[in-house]
Design a protein around this ligand. Structure first.
Ligand code: DGY
Length: 322
């Protein structure tokens, strides 16, 4: 029996699996996030820890981990909160939860795109505010998605699901930028590959961002790049906040450099950059793209499976550690 800490209450399926495998499971109590000091203590006490994407485990924190700690299972596909080489150097396997959240995140990206194009949030507020005085030919006109081009920045599992939904569901044309082309994806979606992001951005009617947060992707969408986009462009981000320079985005939106943006993630989460929430051409959701009952349960089970495998000396289903 190994000692496992779950740092925040997750759907029960994960906890049940861990207990079912005979482990001694502790769930960090209360509605508050675990304090860094408590997490540091846990690194010395537990054999496995199931972490949230908001919990930073950098080289300094991991240097203090005890020899008993064998696995850190991050409850997300992104793992920019963990210094994986530092964990590896300490003999700790890091795992994440890819795959099971593709559909949910893609659905949310599409929901944001459609809502932005058709001004759904703005129109809802308008109606609630009692401003609707009857049908008018040009009331709150949006923009059609059919026939427009969606540029996917980062064609991973989620980006390609967004592209398929945009093409098959809305008749959009697809373009994408990634390190290399994907011929199978092109055959399926008739997508156009852009090796260079700077060539793609000015051509797009909408952009959906799906790159992981790395040094190379920090502020990938900056003021200079925003300035090259169409004035009518819509920007959606469900990846990580710092991929977009949020101050530059606020300025671009204030000055009609692009038409609108929908963000599920923010540069200084949970804080928003000044001015963002006041903009009518912005939709903001609180990092819920993977937040469906089905998906969050599947993530919990996958994180548990990863812990169980590592502690049994087996290869986990979805390791980040090579
Ligand atoms: C992830 O998994 O990285 C998302 O941001 C949360 O599900």
């Amino acid at each position: 029996m190994s000692k496992i800490l779950i740092t925040y209450q997750i759907p029960e399926a994960g906890e049940e699996k861990l207990r079912g495998a005979g482990h001694d499971v502790t769930v960090h109590e209360g509605s508050a996030l675990i304090e860094p000091a408590a997490l540091a203590a846990a690194l010395k006490e537990y054999d496995g820890i199931l972490t949230l994407l908001t919990e930073k485990l950098g080289a300094d924190e991991l240097a203090e981990a005890g020899d008993q700690l064998k696995v850190i299972a991050n409850y997300s596909v992104g793992y920019d909160n963990i210094d994986v080489p530092a964990a590896t150097a300490k003999g700790i396997t890091v795992t994440n939860t890819p795959g099971v959240l593709n559909d949910a995140v893609a659905e949310h990206a599409i929901a944001l795109l459609v809502s932005l194009a058709r001004r759904v949030v703005e129109a809802d507020q308008f109606t609630r505010d009692g401003k609707y005085e009857g049908w008018r030919p040009q009331l709150l006109m949006g923009t059609s998605l059919t026939g427009k081009t969606l540029g996917i920045v980062g064609l991973g599992r989620i980006g390609s699901e967004v592209a398929k939904r945009a093409k098959n569901g809305f008749g959009m044309k697809i373009a994408y930028n990634d390190l290399k082309p994907n011929t199978d994806f092109e055959a399926e979606t008739e997508a156009t590959y852009y090796e260079n992001l700077d060539d793609m951005l000015p051509e797009m009617d909408a952009i959906s961002v799906h790159v992981p947060l790395l040094d190379a992707t920090h502020h990938l969408i900056n003021a200079d790049r925003l300035a090259t986009m169409k004035e009518s462009a819509l920007l959606v981000n469900t990846s990580r906040g710092p991929v977009i320079d949020e101050d530059a985005l606020v300025m671009a939106l204030q000055n009609d450099v692009i038409r609108g943006a929908a963000l599920d993630v923010f540069e200084d989460e949970p804080k928003l950059k000044p001015g963002l929430a006041e903009l009518p051409n912005v939709i903001i959701t609180p990092h819920i793209a993977s937040g469906t009952i089905e998906t969050r349960s599947a993530m919990a089970e996958l994180a548990a499976d990863n812990i169980i495998a590592v502690l049994a000396g087996e290869k986990p289903p979805t390791p980040v550690t090579k």
